[in-house]
Structures are given as structure tokens and as C-alpha cells.
Design a protein. Structure first.
Length: 357
């Protein structure tokens, strides 16, 4: 039995969790900062890092208490997000983890935030099956506010990037269009709520980069965002009321379905091309209900098992960091990081093993 205390502070969530054997969640504490940043219409880095300083110790203590762990020394390792993320936010988590590792003598494990999102699908949760221990290759879509990447996973720690966004990430596009429509922050949930009563067929929006070729597995949402800007200007010029609830619902629904169509199409193309045995979606945008239902229908038709984390594990959390840390700890002869560990804001997805392109 391996129990890991994990810490995640890559952006605006202060999180701590204790995970057993990479799959069993003993505690999962998340202190959100949404209300603090909503006034800015996005995450304000300095405010985020200051709030992490205030919230990190209480989050760790609560995670220990909920897991029934009397002291950190009763655990096996400490894991922390090294990157990618906001430098100031990452520093708070890394320094807290280094202090705990030094005081307890436990090994310190650095985890990539994106790899954490991937491993959110290996955590067991009520009402949903976790991904099997080994059923590769798998096609993974990481889709969040800062990332949209398509990954071929051939084994634990073995990744090949098939494609990524050339400009805006999908979640970033949701935020910007929500701001354009004055729907609030964060944009993804606001757009989903508004789209519930909308007609997704009312406005014909582009589906970028669906053609085969050099960018077959890449994404681009900047043009879709610009199309929405131009559309709202055209509607305003015609005298349409851009505060009309039904118009806003139709705009949000049309945008949302365009994003979902692109994401699922490219996932399905990659799964068929590379002979995937399972597929999964992870990251904050994986909480989107339309994306989940569109993907489920598509992969049911392809007879491919689809895994998406429960809503509590879609957005940033420490449980996913603990899960990723366990598999790395288990499969790399218990290699740990030293106390000289530093943050890497642009940290790329790691390879535990050499993987051919």
C-alpha cells in the first residue's frame, strides 16, 4: 500500500489530497479562488499566488484529517505540481512540499500538471468506472483553459503528442467569447448555462482545421472566436438586441457545438488512425455536458470505451497529481526529486521511457 500526499497550486486552485495506490481517493480538498478573480474577468496572477499562501496550510491539514492520517510521516511520499502553470502560484506549492519533505524525510515527487489531468481517469469514483490498469494504446484529449492537446499514450509514462492548439486553447476561447457576450467568468460554465435554451443550428460557425493534411490533429480556435466577434457586430448593425436572452442562448449554443464537433472529430480520427483501445478526455473543459454527450455518442458508435473524470476531478485538483505520482514512483524504480526542485512554468509533458515518433 502506497499513500501519497499531493499538492497542486498551478493556477487559482489551492488543492491537497491523499491518494492510495494511485486509484483510491482518501481525501481531496480544493480551495477555489473563482470569486476573487471574477471581478477581473480572468485569473490575476499576483492575487492567485497571495491567496495560495493563505490557503495552502489549511488545505494540507484538512486533507490529512479527512484521510485519518495523524502525521505526514505516516505516508510514503509527497508529490507536487512542478509545472506548467503560473510561476508565482507554482512556487507556493513547491516550497510547501519541499518543507514537508525536509521535515518528514519523505521522498519528494515532481509531477507535470498535464500528466496529472491524464491520470484523473485512473482514480476510482462512485458511479463511474476507472480506466483499466493497462489497456493501451489510448488516445487522450487534454482540454482546458491553457491547453488543448491530443496525445497517444502507449503505456504508463509513454506519450506521443499528435497535435496541439496553434493559438487559443478551447477553454481560453470559451472565456473570451463569454466575455464578449458579457456572460461572466469562468467562461465555460457561463456559456453552458446560457446555451441550455439555445438553438445550436441558428448560426453557422466555422469548424477550424477539419481537413486532412499538415494540421490534421492540431487545433485552432482563434478564427472561431473572431467569427463570433464579427457575428455579434453584424447582429448589432442590424439592430439586434445583444442583451436578449434568446439571442445570447442561440449564440452560446452555436459556439459550444462548433467547439465540441472539432474536438470529438479529431479525437475519433486519431483513435481510428492509431488503433486506440480506449479514449479519454480530461481537463477543465471535459466538464462540458455537450462535449461529454457528443463524445459518448461518437465512441459508442465506434465501440470504443470512453473515460471522462467525474466533475469534481475535471478542474484542477491534487488527487490527479497523487495518481500520476504513484505510477511514476512505481514504474521508475522509486526515483525521487531532491530539495533543489524548482518550478518550470512551461514544463512539457514528460516521457518516462523513450517513445518513437
Amino acid at each position: 500500500m502506497t499513500r501519497i500526499l499531493a499538492i497542486e497550486t498551478s493556477c487559482d486552485e489551492t488543492a491537497a489530497a491523499i491518494v492510495e495506490n494511485g486509484r483510491h481517493l482518501l481525501s481531496n480538498v480544493v480551495a477555489t479562488q473563482i470569486e476573487l478573480h471574477s471581478r477581473f474577468g480572468g485569473v490575476f496572477p499576483e492575487v492567485a499566488s497571495r491567496q495560495h499562501v493563505l490557503a495552502i496550510q489549511p488545505a494540507i491539514q484538512q486533507a490529512l484529517q479527512e484521510a485519518g492520517v495523524a502525521h505526514v510521516r505516516a505516508l510514503d511520499a509527497i508529490a507536487v505540481t512542478q509545472g506548467p502553470g503560473l510561476a508565482g502560484s507554482l512556487l507556493v506549492g513547491v516550497n510547501a512540499a519541499k518543507g514537508l519533505a525536509f521535515a518528514s524525510g519523505l521522498p519528494l515527487l515532481a509531477v507535470n500538471h498535464l500528466e496529472g489531468h491524464i491520470y484523473s481517469n485512473w482514480i476510482e469514483a462512485p458511479g463511474r468506472p476507472a480506466m483499466p490498469e493497462s489497456n493501451f494504446p489510448a488516445v487522450i484529449l487534454i482540454v482546458s483553459g491553457g491547453h488543448t492537446e491530443l496525445i497517444l499514450m502507449s503505456g504508463h509514462g509513454q506519450y506521443r503528442q499528435l497535435g496541439a492548439t496553434l493559438d487559443d486553447a478551447a477553454g481560453e476561447a470559451f472565456d473570451k467569447v463569454a466575455r464578449l457576450l458579457n456572460l461572466g467568468f469562468p467562461g465555460g460554465p457561463a456559456m453552458q448555462r446560457t446555451a441550455q435554451t439555445g438553438n445550436a443550428q441558428r448560426f453557422a460557425l466555422p469548424r477550424p482545421l477539419l481537413q486532412n493534411g499538415e494540421h490534421r490533429f492540431n487545433f485552432s480556435f482563434s478564427g472561431l472566436k473572431t467569427a463570433m466577434l464579427n457575428l455579434t457586430r453584424q447582429l448589432a448593425a442590424k439592430g439586434e438586441d445583444l442583451h436578449d436572452p434568446q439571442l445570447l442562448a442561440d449564440l452560446a449554443a452555436s459556439f459550444q457545438v462548433a467547439v465540441a464537433d472539432v474536438l470529438v472529430h479529431k479525437m475519433a480520427d486519431a483513435a481510428a488512425t492509431f488503433g486506440a483501445r480506449q479514449v479519454c478526455i480530461c481537463g477543465g473543459v471535459s466538464a462540458n455536458a455537450l462535449l461529454r454527450s457528443t463524445a459518448q455518442s461518437r465512441f459508442d458508435a465506434m465501440h470504443l470505451p470512453l473515460y471522462i473524470p467525474p466533475l469534481s476531478l475535471c478542474t484542477d485538483n491534487a488527487a490527479m497529481i497523487g495518481a500520476a505520482a504513484f505510477y511514476r514512483w512505481r514504474d521508475t524504480t522509486k526515483m525521487a526529486n531532491g530539495l533543489s526542485l524548482d518550478v518550470v512554468p512551461n514544463l512539457p509533458l514528460p516521457h518516462w521511457a523513450v517513445v518513437g515518433e
